[in-house]
Design a protein around this ligand. Structure first.
Ligand SMILES: NC(=O)c1ccc[n+]([C@@H]2O[C@H](COP(=O)([O-])OP(=O)(O)OC[C@H]3O[C@@H](n4cnc5c(N)ncnc54)[C@H](OP(=O)(O)O)[C@@H]3O)[C@@H](O)[C@H]2O)c1
Length: 209
């Protein structure tokens, strides 16, 4: 299976990349990024301007797509920019991949994704889910982690504080309220890319441990 991976330089995406390159079921990975990845056997990592996606079919031709691309409101700097990155980029790439024959799309969404939510973040995740489902892939998988707890190069004080709190409370919290490790999310996303059931599948946070 040829895999198209978005967000390969991120916390979840970098784990997907490692798992995919070691998986005999994956024949090759294309990982378009905005900063270079070290060259590896089986990996093609073109540098792409995500605001002007090249139409070159060789980048977007794959059997399955895993999207772990996204940002934070703070890094994006505005709601408009956040929407562009977390909604428009995945949907535009999904459209290109669909047009070039991809049959499976696996989206790293978020717990609480809901286009009617009062929270902007959850609304954006709900809208990206809706617009990707509308493209009619044979298999669409919406993976909805809670807090993603793992080492990051940049400080995210709120997330780090919440991660510490959840880890103290872990023994008494149900799985659905515990933080998710990026390794577990990546494993679930790769399995979904290889063998999801036809139709739309939602993977809730309690299944990402
Ligand atoms: N943080 C949480 O607790 C949490 C919880 C639930 C769901 N999520 C969602 O899960 C997904 C993956 O999370 P993560 O923690 O793995 O994210 P991450 O570590 O921040 O990685 C995000 C990826 O998206 C890429 N990206 C960000 N802005 C971009 C831009 N303007 N142009 C091109 N690429 C861009 C990054 O590339 P660079 O390396 O070049 O920046 C990186 O590869 C995101 O959609 C996030 O919203 C997060």
């Amino acid at each position: 299976m040829q895999l198209l991976l978005l967000g390969a330089t991120g916390l979840v995406g970098s784990h997907v990349l490692e798992l995919a390159l070691a998986d005999p079921r994956v024949s090759g990975v294309t990982a378009p990024t905005r900063r270079p990845l070290p060259s590896r056997p089986g990996l093609s990592a073109p540098i792409v301007d995500f605001d002007k996606l090249a139409q070159d079919p060789s980048i977007w031709t794959a059997d399955a797509v895993i999207c772990a691309l996204g940002t934070t409101l703070k890094s994006a700097g505005s709601r408009e920019r956040f929407y562009r990155i977390d909604h428009d980029y995945p949907v535009e790439i999904a459209r290109l991949a669909r047009a070039n024959g991809a049959t499976t799309f696996v989206l790293n969404s978020a717990k609480g994704a809901d286009m009617k939510s009062l929270f902007f973040y959850s609304r954006v995740k709900g809208e990206v889910e809706r617009d990707i489902m509308a493209l009619g892939f044979e298999r669409t998988v919406l993976v909805r982690p809670g807090l993603i707890d793992g080492p990051r190069p940049e400080p995210r004080p709120m997330e780090q504080w919440a991660g510490k709190l959840l880890s103290v409370l872990k023994p008494v919290l149900p799985l659905s309220l515990q933080a998710n490790r990026p390794e577990a999310i990546a494993r679930a996303m790769l399995e979904a890319a290889v063998s999801a059931a036809p139709g739309v599948t939602v993977v809730p946070s309690q299944n990402l441990h």
